[in-house]
Design a protein around this ligand. Structure first.
Ligand SMILES: O=P(O)(O)O[C@H]1[C@H](O)[C@@H](OP(=O)(O)O)[C@H](OP(=O)(O)O)[C@@H](OP(=O)(O)O)[C@H]1O
Ligand SMILES: Nc1ncnc2c1ncn2[C@@H]1O[C@H](COP(=O)(O)OP(=O)(O)O)[C@@H](O)[C@H]1O
Length: 306
């Protein structure tokens, strides 16, 4: 994975690209794309409404399986691998192209955001990280332990668990990573957005209290839940660190798609999970459906009773 990560909470660090066709007769509209959160520098805008995402083998495998699964309408279409400047990229659909000045939100799904393998590695070969220590103290100077303070570094598993408990990941099974409303700057200051009330307030701000948009999202999320509950892919995979990308615009159009499968992997054949049971080490549960239940419930409660 690409590790060189920069915080994205100022407008200057947003990635906003446009590509123009060189054909003189039929100039194309610039293809708008904007990255809300995630690793800086891992995307390029491709041709014909596509995005190039820095290659990750696990993500490619997930996309290949997803293209054959009932979840296909809920993920960006996958178009294979291309190389640019000696770097491989997975080519996926840009989900923003059918929207007009869209509002975009990234919600990270699940009650766990790191892999059991990462936890194992943290124990076997601890590699305390200074960058994560710095990200931690920037949010809460009191968070590090004595030992972490002395080392000025924290383990990745510790940092990830701290982020989970500080936000709504542990209590609701999802968290808001960031959003960008039309004509506004990107907001990523949700690290402490934890309670149901705080989450509702943030979601309400994202949709600008527009009930029509909320309806659209509830409908789509319920459809997604129905498909997840019978999907072969979902039954056989652990989905960790994946997000739902919410997109709407002033025309009232709404969409929700699953993105980021870098930490999604096939379960060993003997392991089964229901995506709702709480995680204990070894059971591989990711809490994805539990989080989706809560997300649907919170959105639905923003609507008047019928
Ligand atoms: O959001 P903040 O607090 O900045 O923490 C980030 C996110 O958890 C990233 O997950 P995602 O890619 O889902 O956004 C994770 O990448 P991984 O997914 O590779 O674990 C980063 O790990 P490093 O890339 O190791 O820094 C970690 O530093
Ligand atoms: N298919 C897509 N269409 C439009 N925007 C996307 C798409 N995939 C990702 N993005 C944007 O890029 C951000 C980071 O994507 P993600 O796949 O989670 O990257 P990372 O693995 O670096 O976290 C998302 O929050 C979203 O704004």
């Amino acid at each position: 994975r690409f590790n060189n990560r920069e915080p994205l909470n100022s407008s200057s660090s947003l990635s906003l690209f446009g590509t123009y066709s060189l054909t003189v007769m039929t100039p194309k509209k610039p293809q708008q794309w904007l990255q809300v959160v995630g690793h800086a520098g891992s995307f390029h805008v491709g041709d014909c409404g596509t995005l190039l995402k820095r290659f990750c083998k696990g993500e490619q495998q997930s996309y290949l399986s997803l293209m054959e699964d009932s979840l296909k309408p809920f993920v960006p279409a996958y178009h294979g691998v291309v190389q640019r400047d000696k770097q491989d990229y997975n080519v996926i659909d840009n989900l923003l192209i059918h929207f007009n000045s869209p509002a975009i939100m990234d919600c990270k799904m699940g009650s766990r955001t790191y892999l059991e393998e990462e936890l194992f590695m943290s124990r076997e070969r601890p590699q305390p990280r200074k960058d994560m220590y710095e990200k931690m103290v920037a949010v809460d100077p009191e968070a590090p332990t004595e030992q972490e303070r002395a080392q000025q570094a924290v383990l990745k598993s510790r940092y990830m668990q701290w982020r989970e408990t500080l936000s709504s990941t542990t209590t609701l099974g999802f968290r808001i990573e960031g959003f960008k409303k039309a004509n506004e700057e990107c907001r990523t200051n949700f690290k402490r957005t934890k309670s149901r009330e705080q989450v509702t307030e943030a979601l309400n701000s994202f949709v600008e209290s527009n009930k029509h948009i909320v309806w659209g999202y509830v409908r789509r999320l319920k459809q997604l839940r129905e498909v997840l509950e019978t999907s072969d892919f979902f039954r056989t995979h652990e989905v960790v660190g994946s997000s739902l990308l919410f997109v709407h615009d002033w025309t009232g159009r709404t969409g929700v798609w699953m993105i980021d499968f870098a930490k999604t992997g096939a379960l060993p054949p003997q392991v089964t999970m229901d995506h709702r049971t709480p995680w204990v080490e070894g059971n591989r549960e990711d809490g994805y459906l539990w989080g989706l239940d809560n997300l649907i419930d919170i959105f639905a409660n923003m609507l008047p009773l019928t």
